[in-house]
Design a protein around this ligand. Structure first.
Ligand code: ADP
Length: 254
């Protein structure tokens, strides 16, 4: 386990970045990228999409194209809404399947972590790949991380993996800042009846078990899905909506 501890010789800060916050999840599809994207506005930060197999940031932030190179041969992040972003999606075509062996994934991650000119940032939010494998560990081992935000839906199948995620960060001594419970409640736009499609309090109970905070509760809402798909994250496109407020509450708790 010693090689998993913090302060490894390999671990060095990202140039120009003061603090790194990672947004992680045990499973895919629970709203990790959407949370990372919306958080990045609330905190005026940079956004690094480390989900090399399923990059979401190009769509979420309505960005595409190849990054320019600086004179030092570093990649310049693409910008939208004032947020500098970097993603594997800027480096390969959408239609190209990513069938990479471990080593290729590691070198892609290394490139995303080390060969980007972020300028000066107080925070960099990293949208992590889902799960608790080699890629996640190598990111954690390469960069000092101020804290991890874990996103989960309230259903058991997601929570089991969210717990694994939290335990992984703990093991490597990255502070778990808390859990975000996503898609907990759906309110019918017609009759306003509320339904807890995935359960109501699962993430809250897990947070209690782990002794970490619940950073917020994001409803399952058409506005969140639509604004994410059109590259206009809800905190920018509907800043006064209850959904945007829910993300802002998370950001202020981080
Ligand atoms: P992950 O990063 O965990 O794989 P995403 O953030 O990409 O998940 O979200 C998966 C899908 O669910 C996306 O289409 C996204 O727009 C949608 N989504 C995420 N959170 C919500 C929510 N609270 N309400 C409605 N749709 C959501």
């Amino acid at each position: 386990k010693a090689h998993m501890a913090r302060g490894l010789p390999k671990q060095k800060p990202i140039t120009g970045v003061k603090e790194v916050i990672v947004v992680a999840s045990g499973k895919g599809g629970v709203g990790k990228s959407t949370t990372a994207g919306n958080l990045s506005f609330c905190k005026s930060v940079g956004l690094l999409d480390a989900d090399v197999y399923g990059p979401s940031v190009p769509k979420l932030m309505n960005l595409k194209g190849n990054p320019e190179l600086t004179e030092n041969n570093l990649m310049r992040p693409l910008m939208n809404f004032g947020i500098p972003c970097m993603s594997m999606g800027f480096l390969i075509e959408d239609t190209v399947p990513i069938v990479w062996r471990g080593l290729m994934v590691m070198s892609a991650i290394e490139k995303l972590l080390r060969q980007v000119d972020w300028g000066f940032l107080d925070y960099l939010v990293i949208d992590m790949p889902p799960g608790t494998g080699d890629i996640q560990l190598s990111i954690i081992q390469n960069v000092p991380i101020a804290g991890a935000v874990i996103v989960s839906t309230p259903q058991d199948i997601a929570l089991v993996d969210a717990r694994r995620g939290a335990e992984m960060f703990r093991k490597v001594k990255v502070p778990v800042l808390g859990l975000v419970q996503n898609m907990s409640v759906f309110q019918c736009p017609q009759c306003h009846h509320q339904t807890h499609i995935f359960g109501s309090d699962g993430a809250k109970e897990l947070a209690h078990t782990l002794g970490v905070e619940v950073l917020g509760d994001i409803p399952l809402h058409l506005n969140i899905r639509e604004t994410s798909d059109t590259g206009q994250p809800v905190v920018v496109s509907s800043p006064n909506s209850p959904e945007a407020k829910a993300y802002r509450r998370v950001a202020s708790a981080v």
